[in-house]
Design a protein around this ligand. Structure first.
Ligand code: SF4
Length: 457
């Protein structure tokens, strides 16, 4: 059993949680469908977005250069970090250099990927996540389980307990309005005392050097406006060529993520505010490797809407933490093997290959095809369990030979009829979790041979 399967099994043991997790995400998926149906040109928009990203990927070095030049002309300080270690080092230096010990942060999957919070806290900085979901997860010292809805796996009662322990709310209180107000009071103090604000970036426009940040809570804006130092962390694939491209993505992003027509706050940061400093950190951390990897290249088109998670039958029933990745779900499973193929070897095999993620993705990433491709690559690298490789070798022989196929069918039916418990042994994870059918009394071929001869008489 893979690591993912073991964790998914644990998640599913809490039937109540697993059911509403599944139903809630399916509701978000339905909201997305209704929002998309209202846009006549939806499919054309998806194609346009995919084409723009393709153009950006093909000319990545040029657009990175153009973006940097424009941002520097605007007055921003631009730094390039080839990996997470250098990125963390840059931020440490910026904060120390400006005497900023209190930091507020808005949601950024890149900073999660680079382990920024843990690092800064270890170095003595006070770092507070200000997105409500992220704030809950930070208080609980747990990673987010979804890229858009970080605390979607938690009940309101659990959040009430967390707030009671950390923010002093009433014991047993779980009313969402009461809890949100408590979070608001807590976060307001953090905003007002912060000396630096760190944000992620949704899009960066090469021709103007602008970074665009989308939030529903306005927390990135609160942080940037209140603190003298603003630091925007972005991975290089966030760059799009022109301002006119932006509308294509903002229309797709909010609808795909939550079914909203537009994200509540879409903020454009171009120049430092009076008396302030604006830093932009361009992070590679494996993107260039992905850019030249034939299977994974398209994952760089991702706009982090989370729609593939909401639609995925496996993600909805196994929960984000079962993936053990910063980015879970179909897109996470497609990215992870390139970073650590041994640890992530189980993820492409968890996929049902239903293709729902590919159909819903606003930038048309061929997710299920990539996962299928990864299965073959992982097998070639011998990263899959030996038993599975042996079984697949045998299956290939059986399925390509008519006589073996018929023999295997007879044996299988015999065991299924007389010893069904054998397939329920713990070692057979695949049959263990399934309801097995009663084998038919005769095969179609036997039936046909009998009836065809009767017909001809
Ligand atoms: S892969 Fe597509 S659907 Fe999934 S998060 Fe990225 S853009 Fe959204």
């Amino acid at each position: 059993m893979s690591r993912h399967s073991r964790k998914a099994k644990r998640f599913l043991a809490d039937t109540n949680r697993a059911t509403w997790h599944d139903e809630t995400l399916w509701m978000v998926r339905n909201k997305r469908d209704r929002a998309a149906e209202l846009v006549d040109e939806w499919e054309a928009l998806r194609q346009q977005a995919s084409d723009i990203k393709e153009q950006a990927l093909e000319n990545m070095p040029r657009y990175v250069r153009e973006f940097k030049e424009a941002a520097i002309l605007n007055g921003a300080i631009v730094m390039e970090a080839p990996d997470d270690v250098i990125m963390r080092g840059y931020i440490d230096t910026i904060l120390r250099g400006n005497g900023a010990l209190r930091v507020v942060k808005s949601k950024s999957m890149l900073t999660e990927e680079c382990g920024l919070n843990e690092y800064l806290i270890k170095q003595g900085f006070n770092v507070v996540d200000t997105d409500l979901g992220e704030c809950i997860m930070q208080l609980r010292k747990e990673p987010p389980s979804h890229i858009v809805l970080p605390a979607i796996h938690l009940r309101k009662e659990e959040i009430g307990e967390t707030f009671h322990s950390h923010l002093g709310t009433e014991a047993g209180a779980s009313d969402p309005t009461y809890l949100t107000q408590a979070a608001r009071q807590y976060l307001r103090q953090q905003f007002l005392s912060a000396q630096a604000a760190i944000t992620g970036v949704n899009f960066a426009v090469a021709e103007t050097g602008t970074v665009v940040v989308c939030t529903n809570e306005g927390n990135a804006d609160m942080g940037v406006h209140a603190a003298p130092i603003q630091i925007h962390c972005m991975s290089i694939e966030k760059i799009i060529p022109r301002t006119t491209d932006l509308g294509v993505f903002t229309r797709l992003l909010a609808r795909s993520a939550t079914g909203q027509a537009i994200t509540t706050y879409t903020s454009h940061y171009r120049t430092p505010k009076a008396g302030g400093k604006m830093y932009i950190i361009l992070v590679d951390n494996g993107r260039n490797e992905r850019l030249y990897h034939p299977t994974s290249r398209n994952t760089l088109k991702c706009i982090k809407c989370g729609a593939c998670m909401n639609t995925c039958p496996v993600y909805r029933r196994s929960g984000g933490h079962s993936y053990e990745q910063v980015i879970p779900g179909p897109i996470g499973s497609a990215i992870a093997p390139l970073r650590n193929f041994r640890k992530a070897a189980g993820l492409p095999f968890a996929c049902s290959l239903c293709g729902s993620c590919t159909n819903i993705c606003p930038v048309k990433i061929n997710l299920h095809e990539q996962l299928y491709q990864w299965r073959q690559e992982l097998n070639t690298y011998r990263a899959t369990p030996l038993l599975r490789r042996i079984i697949l070798k045998i299956a290939a022989r059986v399925l390509s030979n008519n006589t073996y196929y018929r023999m295997a069918g007879s044996i299988g039916r015999f065991f299924l009829r007389h010893f069904p418990w054998l397939l329920k042994l713990p070692m057979w994870a695949w049959t263990n979790g399934r309801h097995l059918p009663q084998p038919a009394r005769q095969t179609f071929q036997q039936w046909y041979a009998r009836n065809a001869s009767k017909q001809s008489k």
